[in-house]
Design a protein around this ligand. Structure first.
Ligand code: ZN
Ligand code: ZN
Length: 136
């Protein structure tokens, strides 16, 4: 069990370095992306602090009191994305390697059979029928 660094609730971390409980993680992830969407519309300043919801007197998205914790929260909400991206990238590379190996095996296997069929003077189809008969 780990203590959430924002609300203090205990939770089971999903990955080792998780310091935010799932509900805080969801909350701040949503707030961050909402704020990002706002910024794209041309807003440069949040009316309230992204962390504590106090009205902003200075700064753009985080009040001075929350800046240190926001840095940690930001790291936490970006981390699952990088983890998932890394995992997907690894999976894609592995899938590609497996597929390539399978295809090359298929191709060489096919080439061998074609060559063997030619050698005994049969069509490829006839050769395969006979080969299957032999194997059985
Ligand atoms: Zn929490
Ligand atoms: Zn604040």
């Amino acid at each position: 069990m780990t203590k959430c660094m924002v609300c203090g609730d205990e939770f089971d971390p999903y990955y080792k370095a998780q310091r935010l409980c799932q509900s805080c993680l969801d909350k701040f992830t949503k707030r961050y992306w909402d704020w990002n969407a706002y910024r794209k519309q041309g807003y440069t300043r949040r009316p309230t602090c992204i962390v504590c919801d106090k009205p902003m007197m200075s700064g753009f998205s985080v009040c001075p009191d929350c800046r240190p914790i926001w840095e940690k929260i930001y790291y936490q909400i970006m981390r699952p994305r990088t983890l998932i991206q890394a995992r997907n990238r690894m999976k894609r590379t592995r899938d590609k390697a497996v597929k390539a190996a399978f295809e090359s095996r298929l191709r060489t296997g096919l080439d061998d059979d074609i060559a063997a069929a030619r050698k005994v003077g049969l069509s490829y189809g006839a050769y395969m029928v006979r080969k299957k008969g032999l194997i059985r």
